[in-house]
Design a protein around this ligand. Sequence first.
Ligand code: 6PG
Length: 511
Amino acid sequence: MSLQGNSSLCDVGFIGLGVMGKNLALNLADNGYAVACFDLDKLKVQDALAQDQQENPDGPARFVGCNSYTELLAKVKAPHTIILSVPAGEPVDHVCRHLIDAGIQADDIVVDTGNSLWTDSVAREHAYKGKFVFFSTAVSGGESGARFGPSLMPSGDPYAWTRIEPLWNAIAAKVEPSTGKPIENYAIGTPVTEGEPCTTYIGPIGAGHYVKMVHNGIEYADMQLICETYHMMRDVLGMSAKEVSEVFKTWNKGVLDSYLIQISAEVLAQEDPETGNALVDMILDKAGQKGTGLWTAVSALQVGSPAQTITQAVFARSLSAFKEERVKASTVLSGPDNLLGSVDKQTLIQQLHDALYCAKICAYAQGFQLMAIAGKEHGWQLDFAAIAKIWRAGCIIRAVFLQSITDAYEKNDSLDNLLLDPYFAEQIRKYQTNWRKAIAASTLAGVPTPALGSALNYYDSYRCAVLPANLLQGQRDFFGAHTYARIDQAENKKFHLLWGSDDRKQEKVRK
Ligand code: 6PG
């Protein structure tokens, strides 16, 4: 049965045949791995088997359906490699417990590919030690990525990685090494076999899912930034969805060339089959979220990393959910009274383009800064050039400018902030005037641009040598004796003033 060797057993076991699971399993099969499949829902197993047969009518069956965990282990060659694609949280532990009951061995590997919280992965490696090796791989790319090449962020036991690496190298998205451009082929049964695979060992358990969590935080920011430029074109310039779609198509040919701009153009061009209106105009403006953006924001707050554009993107989704209140408020609260005046359409569109580009650089800078700070805190040696490289194809935030981020970290792997890379510093120098004008226009028009604006504030704060935190420290010391450091003394020397009446105005050194 093994498509990789002579064994009558399968190469890997796969548990969880939902959208992501089934497509990852088919991708493995396309790459020559025989897969034993199991799902608590028997219909999903049947569906996967049927699809395998339909896609591969003349070849030998590449999938073997199993009815239980025990049967799954019996159908896979030892030491077992079992891949899970089940919902994050308790379902992962549910499967792990059943695999233990079914007789999984200490040198077997269980790979969690769900959108798990990174701390759960750390706890699981510990909890299942001695029973089997718990390994994790975060996957980005949605349904078509899973099927034709995702970006994979593996982490955990290095020995387990030596066994998983060939599989992931085979199924991952590929990029052309000299240009960094994705090599795409969406034809069934003909996987891309040349090029650099979009996977790399990220580090100890937890690191891979942390990096994927930040990927999603950046994804939230990127999506929100695009939405804000659409909002401006719609409400300030009165453009139709189709017109905005055309603008995005043009933007997708330049520095903003990315999967998210491409799909935004497609979403905006879609007609509603029911009414014939633009479908986007018929979609309720309440954003959903599954939690990875929230996790990124929480982590940023916990480690003290200023990721405000990512956090604003999460808040923007939260605020959108207050639909009924917003509708009420729109009739009660006033906005500006024609402060913007008349605007030149092409000028504002160009300003929005440049604003999106600059803000996007800031969102990525915040994501990489967060990974650097968290990496230090958790003792991970994160390789940022390698991380940027595996995001060049397959994942949701894939974009041409990830090659420039790769170049930046390849030139200087201890870069404090992406904004300090000479290329990106120059890009923002060049385009910031239009960024500022776009924010000014949105403020004057009363159209919210929380992510575009927060990115500009991040940029201006980061480049500000003297922030007003001196006053803030004074305030804290005044009411709470929290002490302050002085610019003319060593920073670790703390001072407290007896604020208030003249005779109490004596500065004291606090140890
Ligand atoms: C990916 C996506 C994927 C998923 C998000 C959506 O990289 O493939 O990020 O993980 O689509 O979880 O998250 P929200 O539902 O929170 O937008």
